[in-house]
Design a protein around this ligand. Structure first.
Ligand SMILES: Nc1ncnc2c1ncn2[C@@H]1O[C@H](COP(=O)(O)OP(=O)(O)OP(=O)(O)O)[C@@H](O)[C@H]1O
Length: 114
């Protein structure tokens, strides 16, 4: 891969990470502290990562947490796409809502109801 292409990829990744950070700053997307989750159980695997069920803040309610194998350029773009699509369709009763995001080490996680 040429240096030009690498540089372009990095710029795009930063652009999408900025989009997520700005959405969190403006409170369009809620940020959750990872340490507030407990009792993780693996419940599935998708193309981009594993999905876990977990409890939040000792509440009995269970949430699904979607993790990502890596936060490379393609994955970060997919996260932004998924968040944008969720925003368009989450008024519908049959669509599960995205509650927000959290972060653990390098693996970004989207949190959705279970
Ligand atoms: N909210 C949820 N509640 C229960 N299980 C879930 C939930 N979300 C995902 N899963 C489980 O995790 C698996 C992977 O889900 P995920 O959304 O990551 O991938 P996918 O949509 O099947 O594929 P891709 O990642 O390629 O789009 C699902 O097949 C399902 O078994």
């Amino acid at each position: 891969m040429s240096d030009n292409i690498k540089m372009h990829d990095t710029e795009n990744k930063n652009e999408w990470i900025n989009w997520i950070e700005e959405a969190v700053d403006k409170e369009h997307i809620k940020y959750y502290e990872y340490k507030e989750f407990s009792n993780f159980q693996e419940i599935g695997t998708g193309g981009f990562g594993k999905v876990y069920s977990a409890n939040w803040k000792n509440l009995g309610k269970c949430f699904a947490l979607k993790s990502f194998f890596s936060l490379d350029n393609v994955t970060v773009k997919e996260i932004v796409c998924e968040l944008k699509i969720q925003r368009e369709v989450d008024y519908h009763d049959n669509i599960i809502r995205c509650h927000g995001i959290t972060k653990f080490e390098s693996a970004g996680i989207i949190m959705i109801p279970n």
